[in-house]
Design a protein around this ligand. Structure first.
Ligand code: MEV
Length: 435
């Protein structure tokens, strides 16, 4: 009989029942299904409350990047990521930056944007001014929704009104600017936008549709800069000044070309997303915000469709100077950060006391692996490193024991045939001699 994915009441079942169902459905062996089990320290009931239809967990490796010194303070940085080399790259670049004082980071106030979309406004220009006329009252009404946030110095601070041409005609869009303090801001912002919606409709004569936070958090920025001394960037095959020039060439390529820029910015997000995930924050929100910011700032400059989130320059002494700027809409209270025990442990390990400090760490960690990746690419070609890792993974999945892995990898690289069937054949040969 054909299997159906329609499972009435699936959400009502227990984790064990759902897992048993999924196991049967997917034809998983008992051993395979064991991969879904909860590690000690993670209460299944907590996980079951986090998302729907839980059957288990998907553990991602958690590493710690070393050598980070940010604004004169040392950090061990927890990074959750499945990709090899990123933690090492971040640690290496942080070591180089450390020789010149480390990272110097800053953030703006943690101001998020809530958007309210208003349709069918007969006179958008006048409606815009009517809303702006009532700004103080409207902000007060928004703040009445979250006295706790206001008590901590946050809350609705300003209001902007845009007239937007769209494929469905002109619409009015109100931006409510809310200082979220140590929260991500999603709940506070959405609640405030909801609360103001009827008044916006009344003032404008239009119809309110969306009321939701924007991930393009242009007012909540994190920035960092670091100097990477040229002599410490030298490799086996290139001098320090050569590496600096090669990194500047790679950066110029990213500035000029969106295809390269996408990869350049991906390398930045390797660092940022790993820390965002490790601290239980919403990595999709940060990624969407970062890439949109890269496009938005490029458009503002009339330069390209997208720009690198970092800049690279050479200082008067010939050293590499990097900077980064991106929206860092992360929080320490609320969300998974407050409930996931691993995220809680990671925040404590990291030792950040505010969402802004976390933003400063993110900016620094975004700057570090890109520098290391460009350096690797620039001098010896990153491909060799990637191939070696790929070969290592193949050797392991072909069944090589730890004491056999190196020999299989060596042969795969020497033969220039980095494939699973070759890994198996080499392993067979190592164990039983040529067949
Ligand atoms: C791989 O995850 C990221 C890099 O490709 C970034 C880059 O090319 O700059 C190494």
């Amino acid at each position: 009989m054909e299997k159906s994915s329609e499972v009435p009441g699936f959400y009502k079942r227990s984790i064990a029942e759902r897992r048993a169902f999924a196991r049967e459905w997917g034809g998983l062996t008992e051993e395979e299904a064991r991969a879904y089990e909860f590690p000690p320290g993670l209460d299944p009931a907590t996980v079951d409350r986090m998302i729907e239809n839980v059957i288990g967990v998907m553990p991602i490796p958690l590493g710690v990047a070393t050598n980070f010194r940010i604004n004169g303070k040392d950090y061990l940085v927890p990074m959750a990521i499945e990709e090899p080399s990123v933690v090492a790259a971040a640690s290496n670049a942080a070591k180089v930056a450390r020789a010149a004082g480390g990272f110097f980071a800053q953030t703006t106030a943690p101001v998020m944007i809530g958007q309210v979309q208003i349709l069918h406004v007969p006179d958008p220009g006048a409606a815009r001014l009517k809303i702006l006329d009532r700004k103080d009252e409207l902000l007060a009404a928004a703040n009445a929704k979250d006295p706790v946030l206001v008590k901590f110095g946050g809350g609705a601070k300003d209001l902007e009104v845009r007239i937007l041409a769209s494929p469905r005609g002109t619409m009015l869009v109100v931006h409510l600017l809310v200082d979220a303090r140590d929260a991500g801001g999603m709940n506070a912002v959405n609640t405030m936008c909801e609360a103001l919606a009827p008044e916006f409709a009344r003032l404008t004569g239009g119809k309110v549709v969306l009321r939701i936070i924007s991930n393009l958090a242009v007012h909540r920025l994190a920035r960092a800069r670091a100097t990477f001394p040229a002599e410490l960037l030298k490799t086996d095959t290139a001098t320090g000044p050569e590496v600096v020039d090669a990194i500047l060439d790679a950066y110029a390529f990213a500035v000029a070309d969106p295809f390269r820029c996408a990869t350049h910015n991906k390398g930045i997000m390797n660092g940022i997303s790993a820390v965002v995930l490790a601290t239980g924050n919403d990595f999709r929100a940060i990624e969407s915000g970062a890439h949109s910011y890269a496009a938005w700032t490029a458009a503002a400059d009339h330069r390209s469709v997208i720009r690198p989130l970092t800049t690279y320059e050479k200082d008067a002494g010939g050293n590499l100077v990097g900077t980064i700027e991106f929206p860092a809409a992360v929080g320490l209270i609320g969300g998974a950060t407050a409930v996931h025990p691993t995220a809680k442990a990671n925040v404590k390990l990291l030792g950040v006391k505010s969402a802004r400090e976390l933003g400063e760490v993110l900016a620094s960690v975004g700057l570090a692996p890109t520098c290391a990746a460009l350096r690797a690419r620039a001098s010896e070609g990153i491909q060799r490193g990637h191939m070696e890792l790929h070969a290592r993974n193949l050797a392991a999945s072909a069944g090589a024991r730890p004491d056999e892995v190196d020999r299989v990898v060596e042969r795969l690289l020497a033969d220039h045939q980095i494939r699973f069937d070759r890994a198996k054949a080499i392993l067979e040969e190592l164990r039983h001699g040529p067949g």
